[in-house]
Design a protein around this ligand. Structure first.
Ligand SMILES: Nc1ncnc2c1ncn2[C@@H]1O[C@H](COP(=O)(O)OP(=O)(O)OP(=O)(O)O)[C@@H](O)[C@H]1O
Length: 258
């Protein structure tokens, strides 16, 4: 795969003929390969260039996204939405094609990923801030801001393994939403916390979405897509079936499903 650095200003994404494949490791035997290839998978299971059986999750996918785009990803289960988000996040490396990404990417796909459960809440906040390049001068203030959002008080001095699942989510959410990225990735709209936290969390999330350069959100909820997005990509079998304004694409998608 060829990743080219981009140096102009403003968030920008382009995918050119991007292919992402997942090998099916247990299928080395010829007869098994043959029988799996005969399954009706609409071309999603196939042979890679080195003759391995693979699931083709993205197939020659091409699109461009510009600063200001709020892109909803829709499509049936298995159409490639999460794979596209993970390719944008750099988690999945395409087997071929060209990905260009200009800007800092922040994924809210798994907000608790990377939390060290043996370390305290404060230690986790500190490490994450340092990893994101927060300088020493701003560190204390930034840490206090995040701590305040969690509303976890003295619990922040205790190891994360002593937290309830809701408390872990508050910590992960507060950390993940502490910096506005150029490119924001979400797999469904996040709803975290109990009734006292949820309103504050939603406001923070809306502000982060509004301030980010480009948003990608995969969702099965048409209302969320309509409210949040100015453009929709309808994915079908790993490729784009339609790209347009939310009303138009959601209508075509709905007509196709009914
Ligand atoms: N880790 C994996 N190993 C093998 N195949 C995978 C893996 N992850 C995804 N796939 C396959 O890639 C295709 C796209 O999956 P993906 O998760 O991107 O779909 P999706 O549109 O996000 O679906 P959903 O709406 O169910 O979340 C599917 O055919 C799926 O079976």
């Amino acid at each position: 795969m060829d990743i080219k650095p981009d140096t102009d200003v403003g968030a920008h994404v382009s995918f050119e003929n991007v292919n992402v494949e997942f090998p099916i490791y247990s299928s080395h035997g010829r007869s098994l390969k043959r029988s799996m290839l005969q399954f009706t998978t609409a071309g999603r299971v196939g042979l890679s260039s080195d003759d391995r059986l693979v699931v083709r999750a993205l197939k020659s996918l091409s699109f461009e996204a510009k600063h200001g785009d709020r892109i909803g990803l829709i499509g049936r289960n298995g159409s490639g939405k999460s794979t596209l988000l993970r390719a944008l996040a750099g988690v999945y490396e395409p087997v071929s094609g060209l990905v260009r990404i200009r800007g800092r990417v922040q994924s809210l796909i798994d907000i608790n990923l990377g939390l060290d459960i043996e370390a305290s809440g404060y230690e986790n906040i500190r490490v994450r801030c340092l990893l994101r390049g927060v300088g020493k001068k701003q560190l204390e203030r930034r840490m206090e801001d995040i701590a305040e959002v969690t509303e976890l008080g003295e619990f922040l001095h205790m190891p994360v393994r002593t937290y309830s699942s809701g408390m872990v989510l508050r910590l992960g959410f507060a950390i993940s939403t502490s910096m506005v990225p150029d490119i924001l990735l979400m797999d469904e709209w996040i709803g975290v916390g109990d009734s006292t936290f949820v309103e504050k969390a939603q406001k923070r999330l809306r502000e982060m979405v509004g301030a980010s350069g480009i948003l990608f959100i995969a969702s099965h909820n048409a209302e969320i897509i309509e409210k949040t997005c100015n453009r929709v990509l309808w994915l079908d079998q790993g490729d784009i079936r339609m790209d347009g304004c939310p009303n138009e694409v959601l209508k075509a998608y709905g007509d196709c499903a009914s």
